[in-house]
Design a protein around this ligand. Sequence first.
Ligand SMILES: *Cc1c(COP(=O)(O)O)cnc(C)c1O
Length: 413
Amino acid sequence: MTVQKPIETPLNIKAIRGEFPILQRQINSRPLVYLDSAASAQKPEFVIESVAGCYRASYANVHRGLHTLANETTEAFEAAREDVRRFLNAKSTDEIVFTRGSTEAINLVAHSFCRTLEPGDEIVISRMEHHSNIVPWMLEAEARELTVKWADVTETGELDYEQLGGLIGERTRLIALAHMSNVLGTVNDIARIRAIPGAGDIPLLLDGSQSAVHLPVDVQALDCDFFVFTGHKLYGPSGAGALYAKGDWLDRLPPYMGGGEMIADVFEDRVTFADVPHKFEAGTPAIADAIGLGAAIRWLERHDRVAIMEHERALMDRAMTGLSEIDGLKVIGTAQDKGAIISFHMDDAHPHDLAQILDKYGVAVRAGHHCAQPLMRRMGVSATARASFAVYNTIEEADAFVDALKKAREFLI
Ligand SMILES: *Cc1c(COP(=O)(O)O)cnc(C)c1O
């Protein structure tokens, strides 16, 4: 029996948990232990109410409205854009485009940016990317005869910065990297990448799907050109995310999708486009979800982001200590100062079986390739089980996870 030492945190975790209705659920007659937030996080009442409240009390299509509801909804939608700007510390809301999530944001940049390139130009990505920061570049490479170059990952799951440096050359046009890995938890050292000779001036896209949740993010300090994140991992609704594009990038890039809202004038022989960021928001956006994303940001801002990061890391450390006592259990990804994600496998047990047994104990983890097949191959596995921690998790849950794994081991091995 381990002595329960409370984690010291200025956060009132019990009160925070109380704001997430779903965490009251029982799963298989046990309290839910939700360790799958890296796939999608649960939502606090504040966010749920913001989305429901939009539909209930103040809903119409945005922009061009001449009636009160249209104006109210437009104001709320644009206020959410300001929430995103503040959250990322972008200079202007003109740098913020609402998208359906990270995937759409990366596709937008890949499509629009690559249209400005020449055959033989090169894009650098890494083996730790999520498929949504791989496939859009491969599609463009195929269509425009570009080359995708792959930065390597070390045994411990860190970027191989030296090898990455060797990839940078005359024809490198863009570097696109995860800020934090959704599989390994590794947080990439962006300043170190910027300091690589020749890399400082190359446009840099950061996939912030995980980092935006787990770390305080400042796009100006990161000095990135593009930053993407997705609302549903940030305690917000699914269907809304954002792209940050520094300075005049959005003015310089051609549009992605065409349709309503993104135009100034349409003639039979030509089209002129709306001002940024609207030039990149064709069609009716996910209005209530974007408003909900703004609410999620405001909810998160009530808490100390550094304290959240430390709380999550303390939970991860606690679980890692427990896991180290389990025979045959191997953690994939042990980078220094990583974020609160643990990928693992246990002897020959299939990760899917592990996840199913854990579910019997109410513990929700994910198993599979986590949309990162090149990384799985690099780490020499076909799949892992993954536990990810969020602000609402507790030390008791970290222990329940380890206990359930011990029972799974008895059962499987
Ligand atoms: C989840 C995730 C994505 C994709 O986000 P969507 O919401 O599915 O668009 C991309 N990259 C990373 C690192 C992720 O964790």
